[in-house]
Design a protein around this ligand. Structure first.
Ligand code: ZN
Ligand code: ZN
Ligand code: ZN
Length: 377
């Protein structure tokens, strides 16, 4: 379900209030997940500047290249009644944006730019507003985006169901004698067929490649006894991402220590999900995953944080990492994905997305978490 006009109106209002509370004069938001969150406008930033100017005082305006303006017809922008500042090739859109910011009374002292705004625009805006300090928009928007509303959670639930359906079919493609790339191509097609608009990432890490957490695919041929890490996801039509990892083996694992290590990993993942609750911290959830792995003597082999927030980006706040004292609240959504990586031999990871509810966590992925044994021929 696409977010309603009311949703965008209230997000713009809250963002504006937070902008003022943070001592900023305005937010400058180029296309990307922040713009999608605030205005329902999709697309990516490029060399022509599109930029939402959201002042702490006054009405928001959208700077748009003339040739992009017709594309706004199908977005919430016309109905939101946003003022449009159009520019044509040959104009200086950064000067135009600076003039809009200056129009809000006293000269701006501080603006925040979208975290993923291209440097070319950041520097051009700095030149156009030389006395103005630039901050990151996440200082304001992360607080809003971390707390998902019910429509956002529904979209994440649908994404989780879609990616679960892909994992459920893994035996169709993950077979001995095929390359990771061949398997990955089939998986990518299924990600789309099961309800995503694209396959954002497909990791098929077989055998020793499983020890590289962000391995892609390769021409390695899967052989009997391989342990295979499959980490996949993509955006749904609403823009919300799935991200789920399961670990498979082709027959009995060839390496002798898989069963014992995997049992440690599964217990760690369960412990971390059990630790999720409103009022606890991201740090404590990370520790709940890390402590049992370390106790088994494998602490050095768990080489990344326990998880990341998810929503309109695959990776966004909150980060479930040691030292992050962020207090979890109902509505926050993130991955719980401990892994164990044995270089040159094999690796394993279990990843579910969870949403903090009133008393604990709701898992959005439901495929079995045991090592999934597929036929070895
Ligand atoms: Zn990752
Ligand atoms: Zn993942
Ligand atoms: Zn992840």
């Amino acid at each position: 379900m696409p977010a309603s006009l009311d949703t965008f109106t209230s997000r713009l209002l809250r963002a504006r209030q937070a902008t003022g509370a943070a001592g900023l004069d305005a937010l400058l938001i180029t296309p990307g997940s922040d713009l999608r969150y605030l205005l329902g406008v999709t697309g990516e930033s490029h060399e022509r500047l599109t930029c939402l100017v959201l002042p702490a005082e006054g009405d928001p305006m959208l700077v748009v290249p003339a040739l992009e303006r017709p594309g706004l017809a199908g977005t919430p922008v016309p109905e939101l009644g946003l003022e449009i500042a159009e520019w044509a090739d040959g104009d200086d859109p950064h000067a135009l944006t600076a003039a809009l910011v200056r129009n809000f009374g006293s000269p701006p002292a501080r603006v925040a730019v979208a975290d993923a705004m291209p440097a070319a625009h950041v520097l051009a805006l700095r030149d156009a507003l030389p006395a103005c300090e630039q901050k990151l928009a996440s200082t304001v928007l992360a607080q809003l985006r971390m707390r998902k509303d019910s429509a956002e959670i529904a979209a994440l639930v649908a994404a989780g169901q879609a990616i679960d359906r892909v994992h459920a079919r893994m035996g169709e493609w993950l077979r001995v004698g095929r390359t990771e790339a061949q398997i990955g191509a089939d998986v990518a097609a299924a990600i789309v067929a099961e309800g995503h608009t694209a396959a954002a990432f497909v990791i098929v890490g077989s055998g020793p490649h499983g020890a590289s957490p962000h391995h892609d695919v390769s021409d390695r041929v899967v052989v009997p006894g391989d342990v295979v890490v499959v980490d996949i996801g993509g955006p749904t039509p609403e823009g919300y991402f799935s991200d789920c990892t399961r670990t498979y083996s082709l027959g009995e694992p060839a390496e002798a220590d898989v069963a014992t290590c995997y049992a440690v990993l599964q217990a760690a993942q369960d412990a971390a999900v059990a630790a999720v609750a409103p009022g606890t911290t991201a740090h404590r959830v990370d520790a709940a995953a890390r402590d049992p792995i370390a106790a088994a003597g494998l602490g050095e082999r768990f080489i990344h944080r326990t998880g990341h927030g998810i929503g309109l980006e695959v990776h966004e706040p909150p980060y479930i990492v040691a030292g992050n004292d962020l207090v979890l609240e109902a509505g926050m959504a993130f991955s719980v994905e401990p892994g164990i990586y044995l270089p040159g031999r094999w690796g394993a990871r279990i990843e579910d997305i969870v949403v903090v509810n009133d008393s604990g966590a709701t898992r959005l992925n439901h495929r079995p978490r045991e090592l999934a044994v597929l036929p070895s021929r």
